[in-house]
Design a protein around this ligand. Structure first.
Ligand code: ATP
Ligand code: MN
Length: 464
């Protein structure tokens, strides 16, 4: 059997081939001349292929004339030039085998258009829609670019753990992993839950970031990246936060913040360039149906230098902007989404890299500047989405790292292995984290992060 994807069958090169196509019916239209037009989709591309089903087919009256959206079929036929202007080719069916019916009375995707909110209730069916199909193909292309980019730059793919026993990054936002019985957990003599009797002999959590473990491998192997799921129990019901999301985290020895920012810029440009080149049909769909600014935004990322400015310069710009912000602009305070949007959308209309943030609002591991007021942190902000990357040069000096841990109320004993990296052969190093779903949002123009991941996990919601 000469199996052909819809994508391949739509190419003029396929003309003249006898082929087998398999997929799901999108529409059926019967012509008066005694044949039917079927639109077949198999997920290989946004477009359908038109199948001409002649009344002479053995099962024309009994089956073909009853096909409806969602039915699954195998079509054997000849690829021929199409008379229509929408497509170069069409398939003249010699045989149509029906695998599964989809009762038009109850099949939810029978109706042409549903809201994205409604489609979230059908996470098992929404991949059959044009929008989710396009999102998933672009998401896949981005993932491939992520690996291609780092592999070509000489980074080693390292798998950092998903379950972690270091309650490093603020346990409040972490999901606990336990096999203790919640109704009757083991207890200490004093009555507290006794995690010594838990599976790992101590409290364990789902990771919020692979960075600290990534540093272990970077300070041995040079340049590494991790790419995997991360989990945050923050109760923020926004269009940019998930409880489970995928993060790419490169970490490189002998990198300073300049190297880190340059890497981030090359990385984003590479992803955007690949998508523009390889997903033109899906991107045209997003431009026409989702957000008519998305192609311009991507081209400007691909072509223009990112705007770099220090946190202090950003505060000055915001203070002088004359804008009415809900949150006051004040040196020392974290930037809010409205401030980020002003910078990327109104002021520069381009990605912005902010660096050198006040030490008090950034993590203990970010390298202290000589001014002792700021740390070598950087955030990459993009229009619409805001923060897409957070990174820093790491503090490689043991004494200053200890000072920063004390300042933030952290117990150095909990980080003995992290501190060892500074005791033995310490090196300057830097890295960042890109949230995959934020990147897919930016590239596709999708407004809500729940619509760029197959199965979104958010507070109160994990049905599928
Ligand atoms: P934000 O301030 O937007 O909540 P953050 O500063 O907590 O993000 P980092 O810890 O710097 O985020 O994580 C690195 C990247 O991971 C972010 O730049 C973002 O792209 C992504 N990210 C962080 N939290 C989430 C989340 N809850 N859902 C999806 N992506 C996230
Ligand atoms: Mn951040």
């Amino acid at each position: 059997m000469d199996k052909l994807s819809v994508l391949a069958a739509r190419q003029p090169a396929a003309i003249g081939r006898r082929a087998t196509l398999q997929g799901w019916i999108r529409t059926r239209r019967d012509s008066k001349g005694g044949f039917s037009f079927l639109e077949l989709n198999d997920g290989s591309c946004l477009a359908n292929i038109q199948v001409i089903a002649d009344a002479k087919l053995a099962n024309y009256e009994s089956e073909v004339k009853h096909l409806s959206p969602g039915c699954s079929v195998t079509v054997r036929g000849d690829v021929k030039p199409s008379g229509g202007k929408e497509q170069a080719t069409e398939v003249h069916a010699a045989e149509i085998l029906v695998h599964g019916w989809a009762d038009p009375e109850s099949y939810p995707l029978q109706k042409k258009r549903h809201s994205l909110e409604k489609l979230r209730e059908w996470a098992h069916l929404r991949p059959r829609t044009n929008t989710m199909g396009a999102v998933m193909r672009v998401r896949n292309r981005i993932c491939r670019s992520i690996h291609d980019f780092f592999q070509e730059e000489g980074f080693l793919y390292v798998h950092t753990p998903i379950i972690t026993a270091s309650d490093c990054e603020g346990a409040g936002a972490m999901f606990r992993v336990t096999t203790l019985d919640p109704a009757a957990p083991a207890r200490t003599p004093a009555g507290a839950v006794d995690f010594a009797q838990d599976f790992f002999g101590k409290p364990a959590y789902l990771t919020v970031s692979g960075q600290l473990e990534g540093e272990i491998y970077a300070t041995a192997l040079g340049k590494i990246y991790t790419f995997g799921p991360t989990f945050r129990a923050e109760n923020s019901n926004t269009s940019r936060h998930l409880a489970e999301f995928w993060m790419v985290e490169p970490e490189a020895a002998f990198f300073d913040l300049e190297d880190d920012m340059a890497l981030a810029e090359r990385f984003l440009k590479r992803i955007v360039g690949d998508v523009l080149r390889d997903c033109p049909e899906d991107m045209q769909f997003f431009q026409e149906r989702i957000d008519d600014t998305v192609l311009d935004a991507l081209r400007s990322v691909a072509e223009r230098d990112f705007q770099r400015l220090s946190y202090t310069e950003a505060i000055d710009i915001l203070a002088a902007s004359g804008e009415k912000f809900e949150f006051p602009v004040q040196w020392g305070a974290d930037l809010q989404a409205e401030h980020e949007r002003y910078l990327t959308e109104k002021k520069f209309n381009a990605p912005v890299i902010l660096y050198d943030y006040p030490r008090a609002i950034k993590a203990f591991y970010m390298r202290l500047n000589d001014d002792r007021r700021t740390v070598r942190a950087m955030d990459v902000l993009v229009p619409r989405v805001g923060e897409i990357i957070g990174g820093s040069q790491r503090e490689e000096r043991l004494d200053i790292l200890l000072e920063r841990m004390h300042e933030q109320g952290l117990n150095p004993d909990d980080y003995w292995w992290y501190l060892d990296l500074r005791r033995y052969g310490t090196v300057p190093h830097a890295g960042f984290g890109l949230g995959l779903e934020r990147m897919v949002q930016f590239v596709t123009g999708m407004a809500n992060i729940r619509d760029v991941i197959p199965f979104p996990r958010t507070p109160g919601s994990a049905e599928f």
